[in-house]
Design a protein around this ligand. Structure first.
Ligand code: AMP
Ligand code: MG
Length: 399
């Protein structure tokens, strides 16, 4: 079996390409507006009318004919938001208007209330006005029938506002993609148990479950597989009932690391089994029985990081998202940083509140869950550079 070792960028491109090539459309369902945020839209959304439906005023003031001013004008009436003005504004006339109210026929500009002097039935306007000023023209935000949202978009709060605006109360979304989560390891006990000193509580399935849910998947935690061929094989087979299988542990070179052996026995195709990153060098990605799987390394930091940088995109695509993103921003280091070249490193760090400054967090390696919990970001050290000085820009991935 010859399975390639890839760089970070190659491995990410491989995941995106493979999963996009095979992902079918998820099952469609409907949710109410209040539950729609975070879900993936299943149908196109179009404007049901022009937005705004009529030209509207964006200020409190007076609707006028721009050619009339500066001048003293007769106040012919008033129009409030939620009303329309029945008559036409004639020469020498102004209509008092409130923000959001439709511009009366005949008028083509609004003069702000701050710029007029009112005396009885007249207003004095001492400055010129441009046609169109403080007027939001009909259809300027969207034309009736215009495409506003495309299927495959993950909905955020502004999308929910748009759905409400166009009157969609039952929102067509995709059902979350089922993702099986299988931890392996003889040393693993459940979190409600008191471990012996040589045992470790199972944290990976819970971090993964939270990460899967955040990515739009539906996590299904399986019982831990023992480091034994038969048990690992039967649990992997169960995991393959879901759309995607995430394994933790058992992918290193140790005598009891059986995940790859079992997957190979099931006829798996492996796209890579090592990536030049830290944490998370032994990392397996492939396909078996028409399902994708990731064999994530068991060390908790490695499990969390490799999910974020590789598996999250797979979950998002399988959940129906047409686009994924791994936004690597930049911030200035608060202290010098060195690492050994050759691996792209993702290390726990704190980003200042304004996002400008990045401070590495001391950690004891991939098992250091407390350090990860203190972090709000990962600093990203490229494989081809050894040293960054305090004050230099460094890439950063939000946690
Ligand atoms: P492995 O990749 O199987 O060699 O596991 C590496 C290390 O990760 C183990 O020695 C454990 O300390 C830790 N580990 C493995 N699985 C889990 C898990 N489910 N939860 C927490 N830590 C784990
Ligand atoms: Mg193990």
């Amino acid at each position: 079996m010859c399975v390639p070792t890839l760089s970070f960028a190659e491995a990410r491109a491989c995941v995106l390409e493979r999963v996009k090539a095979h992902a079918g459309l998820p099952v469609e369902t409907e949710v109410g507006l209040a539950e729609a945020a975070g879900r993936v839209l299943a149908r196109a959304v179009r404007a049901d009318r022009d937005y705004p439906a009529l030209a509207r005023s964006v200020r409190d003031g007076f609707a006028v004919r721009a050619v009339d001013v500066p001048a003293a004008l007769r106040v012919a009436g008033e129009v409030r938001a939620g009303e329309s003005y029945a008559c036409e504004v004639g020469p020498g006339e102004a209509v008092e208007i409130m923000t959001g109210a439709p511009i009366p026929r005949g008028a083509d500009a609004v003069v702000m209330v701050e710029h007029v002097t009112r005396e009885g039935g007249q207003v004095y306007i001492d400055r010129a006005a441009k046609a169109g000023q403080f007027v939001n023209p009909q259809g300027s935000e969207a034309r009736r029938g215009q495409l506003l949202l495309s299927p495959g978009q993950r909905l955020d709060f502004s999308h929910v506002a748009l759905l409400a605006t166009v009157g969609i109360t039952r929102v067509p979304v995709y059902a979350p993609a089922p993702v099986a989560i299988l931890a392996t390891g003889d040393e693993i006990v459940e979190p409600d148990q008191t471990p012996e000193d040589f045992q470790i509580r199972n944290s990976n399935v819970y971090s993964l479950s939270a990460q899967v849910a955040r990515a739009g998947g539906c996590p299904r935690i399986l019982p831990v597989a023992r480091d034994e061929f038969g048990d690992t094989r039967s649990k992997i087979e169960r995991g393959l009932e879901a759309g995607l299988l995430l394994l933790s542990g058992g992918v290193s070179e140790g005598k009891y690391d059986l995940v790859e052996t079992v997957l190979a026995d099931l006829g798996a195709e492996f796209y890579f089994d090592r990536v030049l990153i830290q944490p998370g060098q032994p990392l397996v990605f492939g396909r078996v029985r028409d399902k994708f799987f990731f064999g994530l390394p068991g060390n908790p930091a490695a499990t969390m990081v490799t999910f974020e940088i590789f598996a999250r995109a797979a979950v998002e695509i399988l959940a129906g998202q047409t686009e994924t993103a791994l936004p690597l921003m930049r911030a200035k280091l608060t202290r010098d940083f060195r690492h050994k070249m050759g691996l792209t490193r993702f290390l726990p760090a704190r980003l200042s509140e304004d996002g400008a400054e990045l401070t590495p967090i001391p950690w004891q390696g991939s098992g250091d869950v407390p350090a990860l919990a203190r972090a709000n970001a990962f600093l990203v050290a490229g494989a081809d550079r050894e040293e960054w000085k305090a004050g230099e820009w460094m890439r950063v991935l939000l946690k």
